[in-house]
Design a protein around this ligand. Structure first.
Ligand SMILES: Cc1cc2nc3c(=O)[nH]c(=O)nc-3n(C[C@H](O)[C@H](O)[C@H](O)COP(=O)(O)OP(=O)(O)OC[C@H]3O[C@@H](n4cnc5c(N)ncnc54)[C@H](O)[C@@H]3O)c2cc1C
Length: 385
């Protein structure tokens, strides 16, 4: 069996893997990143929206090479068809061309010194002296033993590597949003605004999105948590009257119930979707994954410099990501759970009320008036405000 030796082996070559590799390499480590697909970035499983914080984290510029459009705001449709308009702030960002963006991220990582092997699937972990010490992978029919002081599992929602390490990364039908998306040509939409549609009939337990990519091209997708139909069946229904043509179909799952309980073990850290590091309310994972994966790359460098890759040292990674993004994820999960409790009718009433308010300075009098008319919302508004 062929043998290799690195400081760190990173499993998975998309946002999580390339970011962890990039920052581990920048900090002087000898890194190998392995990706089971033949090309980094494909197939795409994403609606491609992200915020400027992603670029700040990655120390990259939003180049036209991998940014399709700049987003200035969003239109949000409640089940009765009414809509609210959001401008700026959290609703601002970019629509990426992820095929190009993910590959560029891998290129940046390679430039910083990371070795990359595509079409290489991790099959098992190596253990030495009671700790994880690398992986066994398969490349073009050949088994390879890759010894490493540290393994970073960035293998996405289907993650097996963290499970091999004994971590509980199990997702249930309730915690997972199933998504199906077309990239479509001929979608008439404003190129600078996202569209979100809510409702039991069109997307139970999730929402429909239209994210413009410019030139009347858009990602039109549906995320659901439902046993009344597949995400694809809801997508077909929604797009039936759009008079637009699909040029790409992609499907995938998003973990929308918060991070897994433990994201490290002796000799291993877990990042990105594999760790459930996704905003539960929106399903946005690019910026959180990049943030956490950067921390993992930096903690890896520190661990190796100190000669301590024990779980006891690596829990620093979990402490740091929880400190920096943990509160946001908790808040987002709270909103997700509130949303799950609302019927379509309640969503319409609440959306109408919120639309009439200045959200920055929502007045006590207006809230009191609202709960007088709709007392069933008292508990819920207390939780939101
Ligand atoms: C339909 C959909 C729409 C989304 N839209 C958005 C959005 O608009 N904005 C946003 O911020 N987020 C969005 N997300 C979430 C976002 O795509 C993810 O959070 C993000 O890509 C996570 O990155 P990752 O690197 O952790 O995992 P992934 O992108 O899943 O990458 C994991 C990689 O690991 C590889 N791999 C797996 N197992 C192995 C193995 N054993 N050996 C080697 N390689 C392996 C896979 O091939 C894959 O390339 C969406 C997700 C879906 C499914």
């Amino acid at each position: 069996m062929e043998k290799m030796r690195y400081d760190v082996v990173v499993v998975g070559g998309r946002v999580g893997g390339s970011t962890a590799s990039l920052f581990a390499s920048k900090n002087g480590l000898d890194v190998l990143m392995v990706e089971k697909n033949q090309e980094i970035g494909t197939p795409v499983q994403c609606a491609e929206a992200t915020s400027s914080s992603t670029f700040k984290t990655l120390e990259m510029k939003p180049s036209p090479k991998y940014v399709c459009t700049e987003i200035k705001g969003a239109d949000v449709y409640s089940p009765d068809g009414n809509h609210g308009h959001l401008e700026g702030g959290y609703a601002e960002g970019f629509i990426l061309e992820r095929k190009v963006f993910d590959k560029q991220l891998a290129i940046e990582s390679a430039k910083a010194g990371t070795d990359i092997m595509v079409k290489t699937t991790v099959k098992n972990l190596i253990h030495k002296n009671g700790k994880i010490y690398g992986v066994v992978a398969e490349h073009m029919g050949h088994a390879i033993e890759i010894e490493a002081e540290l393994v970073i599992a960035a293998d996405g929602i289907e993650s097996q590597v963290a499970k091999m390490a004994g971590l509980n990364t199990h997702q249930t039908p309730k915690s997972l949003c199933s998504c199906a998306q077309y990239e479509m040509v001929g979608v008439e939409c404003d190129p600078n605004y996202l569209q979100f549609y809510f409702g039991e009939k069109i997307a139970p337990g999730g929402y429909v999105w239209i994210f413009p990519k410019g030139d009347n091209i858009a990602n039109v997708g549906v995320g659901v948590r439902s046993d009344t139909g597949t995400a694809y069946s809801f997508l077909k229904k929604f797009t039936a009257n759009l008079n637009a043509t699909p040029v790409e179909l992609n499907m995938g799952g998003v973990p929308v119930y918060g991070p897994v309980d433990k994201t490290y073990a002796d000799g291993l850290m877990v990042v990105g979707d594999a760790a459930g590091q996704v905003e539960p309310f929106t399903g946005g994972g690019i910026h959180v994954t990049a943030h956490c994966a950067r921390i993992a790359g930096e903690v890896a460098a520190e661990a190796i410099e100190k000669g301590n890759t024990s779980g006891n040292f690596l829990k620093k990674y979990e402490k740091l990501w929880k400190k920096e993004v943990g509160q946001d994820l908790k808040q987002s999960l709270k909103y997700r759970k509130i949303m799950d409790r609302l019927s379509d009718e309640e969503m319409n009433i609440l959306a109408k009320f919120l639309k009439e308010q200045d959200l920055e300075s929502i007045s006590k009098m207006s809230v009191l008036g609202f709960v007088r008319d709709y007392p069933q919302f008292l508990k819920l508004l207390k939780e939101i405000l």
